[in-house]
Write a protein that binds this ligand. Structure first.
Ligand SMILES: [Zn+2]
Length: 326
């Protein structure tokens, strides 16, 4: 039976309560085995919490009501940390169930888990809560690599689609360099999930309007969710591609975010030797960047306040209510 409300780390919310939403940001992220790296800076929970509370307050100041952290289970997901952060900061936070793509995930556990068990695990984390915490996932992370979807990934995405069909929560994806978005839509819709319940993440990894438009035409949300990561794409290219989608009549399929991280667990190899070095290399890779620089840039290109609300308020609400029971 599909849910009737959106699930957050501290309770439920109605679609109308979601408000201004960042759909793809992170608090804690670490690659599998991060805790074994004795050369990395130690994870200091209290310091990380203080830093995260400050960032949430800053985002509240920019009118952000909801922060979605689609951290997969195998990348250091910590639902209790997120719930405590939500309570301390007043930010509504949504966490996810789901697993990362084969090359960079925790593959031993998931490789030998039959499809039905993966589906049941995801449903359990949504309906009953994560582990013994009682904190319920409000979305499912899916992820694929390149150049094709591996058997491992196909199994996990299929399980996620089945769990999304049962529970009604949205699917938030990771793609590599804009690859395989259509395969994700194929698998998800093949399990009977409407495309509007899927956000094809990191679609801004490619400067390819035809690709973006084809995803939107099929009814999926197109994620321009790495604003500020100039390493992958200049923001100017992201903005231009969003304006092209808007001109083609697809503004209602656009979602934006930063894929920012408050605290990196371990070291962010291969991108940098330390998280501080990475932040130094990417000065705009901050969760407030969209409000400081990108919204003004949209306005300069002729977007109205209504258009900006469509992207930051209406579209997240559409994604999160697509599968809810009436
Ligand atoms: Zn991410």
């Amino acid at each position: 039976m599909a849910l009737t409300k959106i699930q957050t780390t501290t309770g439920t919310a109605t679609p109308a309560e979601l408000g201004r939403t960042l759909v793809h940001e992170h608090v804690l992220v670490g690659f599998p085995g991060w805790e074994l790296d004795a050369h990395a800076p130690k994870f200091l929970r209290a310091e990380a919490m203080a830093r995260a509370v400050d960032q949430m307050h800053e985002l509240r100041g920019h009118g952000v009501d909801t922060f979605v952290d689609p951290c997969p289970m195998d990348l250091g997901r910590d639902a209790e940390f997120l719930a405590e952060l939500s309570q301390r900061s007043g930010m509504r936070i949504v966490c996810t169930t789901g697993a990362y793509y084969e090359a960079d995930g925790l593959t031993q556990t998931f490789r030998y888990m039959p499809l039905e068990e993966v589906t049941a695990l995801y449903v359990k984390e949504i309906e009953d809560g994560i582990g013994e915490t009682g904190i319920k996932a409000g979305a499912i992370k899916i992820a694929t690599g390149e150049p094709t979807v591996s058997d491992y990934e196909r199994k996990l995405v299929t399980a996620a689609a089945q769990a999304a069909k049962i529970t009604g929560v949205p699917l938030i994806s990771h793609t590599q360099n804009g690859c395989c978005g259509h395969d994700q839509i194929d698998i998800v819709t093949g399990e009977g999930v409407p495309p509007g319940q899927l956000l094809v993440g990191h679609s801004d990894g490619v400067d390819d309007h035809e690709y973006h438009r084809s995803l939107a035409e099929r009814g999926a949300f197109v994620g321009f969710d790495r604003f500020g990561i100039s390493l992958f794409q200049p923001d100017e290219v992201r903005i231009t591609n969003i304006m092209k989608l808007a001109a083609a009549g697809h503004l209602e399929r656009v979602l934006i975010s930063h894929d920012s991280i408050v605290c990196w667990l371990g070291r962010p190899r291969p991108y940098a030797e330390s998280f501080d070095a990475m932040l130094e290399m990417l000065p705009d890779w901050r969760s407030t960047h969209i409000f400081r620089k990108i919204v003004p840039a949209f306005r300069e290109r002729g977007m109205s306040d209504r258009d900006i609300d469509t992207i930051l308020i209406d579209n997240p609400r559409r994604l999160f209510s697509a599968g809810l029971a009436a």
